[in-house]
Design a protein around this ligand. Structure first.
Ligand code: FAD
Ligand code: DHB
Length: 393
């Protein structure tokens, strides 16, 4: 088999890239180790930046998100149960975010890929790459007990944090930057109406809590807990009790309890691997960087990477210019680091850290109070949350 771009991984990065390339007349094949049901079933992110929603519209997959997505013009922060509001739209010249689950985004992407005859190989095992330093890179893998081989012009590693592509960059070239956190988020989904029409990021003495949603009938809640916590130790009643405590009496009284149908623990990590290009291999999305979920940046960052990369590849194929692909790693990383900074900072002012003494806690509260009182501070939060500009020329 031969194609122009071989994409490893059919998550958000891989599928947005495939649709972008197809819309620009560039051929690609997507190779995924799982099956569609598995990837579509993974409960993950919930908040899309406006530019992500605009890209969906531009790609002709924006109809359902326009109909079913919940546009949020702001968010709430809470300090020990006392709420205050950040008005994104007023602070950013009208920008908003949209609550629409990653599972729904994946369904829209796969439906479009099927309609547009984009080749996706599901259940591909043992992917290996070769020839990345030469002119003819190749992908080898096993599929239904047969060995497959694809020659291509470029390979894009969209295979997430645990993927294989990053490992093909020699250790002497790779620079890895990492912060581990000693806590995670325990998240639940329940078919109960959300406690509040907008999200609430709550800093509480007992730890962070987040009130989110998937629709007006489906709530998504998270509480900070130790990273090795066993979700089985958190029967629903225990979760609801702790959540209500951390959200405080006013919002706690508005929480509708009900049976959860999903409960899982997500670790928190900051991670960047540089460069995002080596020879004929590019990395995009979680394969190159992870942010703690506090700023809701994971999916949006993956989308920004592939917007940049698809424009660069179009310049390469249509104008014969390699300027875009040569600059991809530098330009993507510049923006990635800003999102890393924001996600780290937002995590640092909202969570309880194990080594936090009374002084550190007072500083956190002072910072949140400052944000509550200062329009300038609110603007800094808002413009990062709705998404920093991305110039794709
Ligand atoms: P992924 O979604 O990880 O997709 C990579 C794909 O590559 C997967 O389908 C995988 O099966 C495939 N793959 C991996 N290895 C191989 C291989 N060797 N061969 C072939 N295919 C391979 N972000 C938020 O903003 N908010 C959240 O609440 C949030 N919660 C999260 C919870 C969890 C448990 C995780 C893991 C992530 C969460 N994220 C969240 C982050 C967000 O989901 C990711 O940033 C986003 O999915 C990144 O997309 P991606 O396409 O780069 O990577
Ligand atoms: C959700 C996840 C996030 O990480 C976040 O910051 C906001 C919302 C969610 O899953 O709804």
């Amino acid at each position: 088999m031969r194609t122009q771009i071989g994409i490893i991984g059919a998550g958000p990065a891989g599928m947005f890239l495939a649709l972008l390339l197809q819309s620009r007349g560039i051929e690609c094949v997507v190779i995924e180790q799982r099956n569609r049901e598995y990837v579509e079933g993974r409960v993950r992110a919930g908040v899309l930046e406006q530019s992500t929603v605009e890209l969906m519209r531009h790609l002709g997959i924006g109809e359902r998100v326009a109909r079913e997505g919940l546009v949020h013009r702001g968010t709430h922060l809470a300090i020990d149960g006392k709420l205050f509001h950040i008005d994104f739209a007023a602070l950013t010249g009208g920008k908003t975010v949209t609550v629409y689950g990653q599972q729904e985004v994946m369904r829209d992407l796969y439906d479009a890929a099927v309609q547009r005859d984009i080749a996706i190989v599901w259940d591909a095992e043992g992917v290996t790459l070769s020839g990345l330093e030469g002119d003819l890179p190749a992908i080898d893998f096993r599929h239904r007990d047969a060995l497959e081989h694809i020659d291509c012009d470029y390979v894009v590693g969209c295979d997430g944090f645990h993927g294989v592509c990053r490992k093909f960059i020699p250790a002497s070239v790779l620079n890895v930057f990492e912060r581990a956190y000693s806590f995670g988020w325990l998240g639940i989904l329940a078919d109960v109406p959300p406690a509040n029409p907008e999200l609430i990021y709550a800093n509480h003495e007992r730890g962070f809590a987040l009130a989110s949603m998937r629709s007006n009938e489906r709530s998504r809640y998270y509480i900070q807990c130790p990273q090795n916590e066993d979700a089985a130790q958190w029967p629903d009643e225990r979760f609801w009790d702790e959540l209500c405590l951390r959200l405080g009496p006013e919002i706690g009284a508005k929480v509708t309890r009900g049976p959860s149908f999903e409960k899982s623990l997500a670790p928190l990590r900051s991670f960047v691997s540089e460069p995002m290009r080596w020879g004929r291999l590019f990395l995009a999305g979680d394969a190159a960087h992870i942010v703690p979920p506090t700023g809701a940046k994971g999916v949006n960052l993956a989308v920004a990477d592939v917007r940049l990369l698809s424009t660069a590849l179009e310049q390469y194929y249509k104008q014969g210019s390699s300027r875009g692909i040569d600059n991809y790693s530098r330009r993507a990383l510049e923006r990635v680091w800003k999102a890393e900074r924001f996600s780290w900072w937002f995590t640092s002012i909202t969570h309880r850290f194990p080594d936090m003494d009374a002084f550190a806690r007072r500083l956190q509260i002072a910072e949140l109070n400052y944000i509550q009182e200062s329009r300038a501070a609110q603007q800094v939060l808002a413009e990062n949350y709705v998404g920093l500009p991305l110039e794709v020329d």
